[in-house]
Design a protein around this ligand. Structure first.
Ligand SMILES: NC(=O)c1ccc[n+]([C@@H]2O[C@H](COP(=O)([O-])OP(=O)(O)OC[C@H]3O[C@@H](n4cnc5c(N)ncnc54)[C@H](O)[C@@H]3O)[C@@H](O)[C@H]2O)c1
Length: 326
């Protein structure tokens, strides 16, 4: 597949990863179309601000559409024809999936099925969609997990169940329609324009405002934190990787990092320390995510990891200028 002028439709384009992916793909010469309903799970002005940034810096217009609206299937089929589809739109967040189960199922199951149906009817070039490290449950606590170790029996949240169900539908559709399909298992993505419901943002805001920080388990557990620009570089390589059939791929790089290490970096950037409260890891959450990188490195050649100190420094600069007063 020649990447240079391929048409890519990105859903969830005004989301955290979606905005960075659109910027990256346009910079790489792709013809990008973005779709979003501009109603992220965490509210706030963030999707509007990301949309305005895409419009002002790239001239990219986001098509406002609810992907769960099945009456717009024919419009989607038209958009997907001749395109690679990267489906990121979702109700993300383990905790919020239990607080808002109907919203979660609508975005993660109904919208996913509608998009997958449009992909099949349009005979899209390729289908990549966002899955999650949460499909492994606690399998990553003891060892780096390989893609084939996920069986669906380890999921600990509604959110993880919806992502596992997406993978089953994506796999069976790919087997019947022959469209190359990739379930991208993202691991805790961090960076500028991130999500206010995620650890980096919550820790930063609390420390900045002198409020206590809550850690889940000793040292807050550990994650394969992935800088958003590393994540989107991997996605681009997956768009271009030689591939037939269905693959699930760990989308991350480097080693797991203790959450407390990220908090220490935040404190360094803010020049103040936080009051730390440690609570038991909630049942829906995991202690550690740890990815085996064999497959992602073989498919993409992406082996470098942006250090957490650099990630937090960039986040800090962005937050101070853009998020502090919002
Ligand atoms: N950020 C992470 O660390 C992480 C980790 C694992 C998986 N993921 C997955 O990656 C994807 C992107 O995550 P993100 O962090 O950018 O989340 P995000 O919430 O910032 O972006 C999702 C976007 O999808 C849009 N959307 C939701 N429902 C929609 C619908 N029905 N129709 C149209 N648009 C809709 C929202 O408005 C939002 O802009 C999600 O599928 C998420 O589950 C993210």
């Amino acid at each position: 597949m020649s990447g240079a002028k391929s048409k890519i439709v990105v859903t969830g384009a005004a989301g955290f990863i979606g905005m960075h992916l659109c910027e990256h793909l346009v910079a790489q010469g792709f013809d990008v179309v973005g779709i979003d309903n501009l109603k992220p799970a965490y509210g706030g002005p963030w999707s509007r601000l990301r949309k305005e940034r895409l419009e002002s810096s790239l001239g990219l217009q986001i098509i406002q559409m609810d992907l769960a609206d099945t009456s717009r299937l024919s419009e989607l089929i038209e958009l997907f024809t001749g395109s690679t589809v990267v489906h990121l739109a979702a109700w993300p967040g383990v905790k919020s999936s239990h607080e808002n189960p109907v919203d979660c199922v609508r975005a993660n199951i109904l919208a996913f099925a509608n998009v997958a149906e449009a992909v099949a009817q349009a005979k899209a070039e390729r289908f990549l969609f966002a899955s999650s490290s949460s499909v492994y449950g606690d399998l990553g606590v003891k060892e780096a997990v390989r893609e084939e170790q996920a069986t669906g029996t380890n999921v600990k949240s509604l959110y993880a169940s919806t992502k596992w169900m997406n993978e089953q539908l994506g796999k069976s559709q790919s087997e019947s329609n022959g469209i190359p399909t990739i379930a991208m298992r993202f691991f805790s993505v961090v960076g500028e324009f991130g999500r206010p419901d995620m650890a980096c943002w919550k820790f930063y805001k609390s420390t900045d405002e002198g409020l206590p920080v809550t850690l889940h388990g000793a040292n807050g557990g550990a994650r394969n934190f992935t800088y958003v620009k590393d994540a989107v570089a991997i996605v681009q390589k997956l768009i271009e990787a030689p591939l037939v059939g269905f693959e699930a791929v760990n989308v991350t790089c480097g080693e797991p990092i203790e959450t407390i290490t990220m908090l220490n970096e935040i404190e360094k950037n803010l020049g103040r320390s936080s009051e730390r409260t440690v609570i038991k890891t909630p049942d829906y959450d995991i202690e550690k995510s740890w990815a085996d990188l064999t497959k992602v490195e073989a498919l993409t050649g992406h082996t470098s990891q942006t250090p957490i100190a650099t990630v937090v420094e960039r986040f800090s600069r962005w937050y101070t200028l853009n998020a502090k007063d919002n």
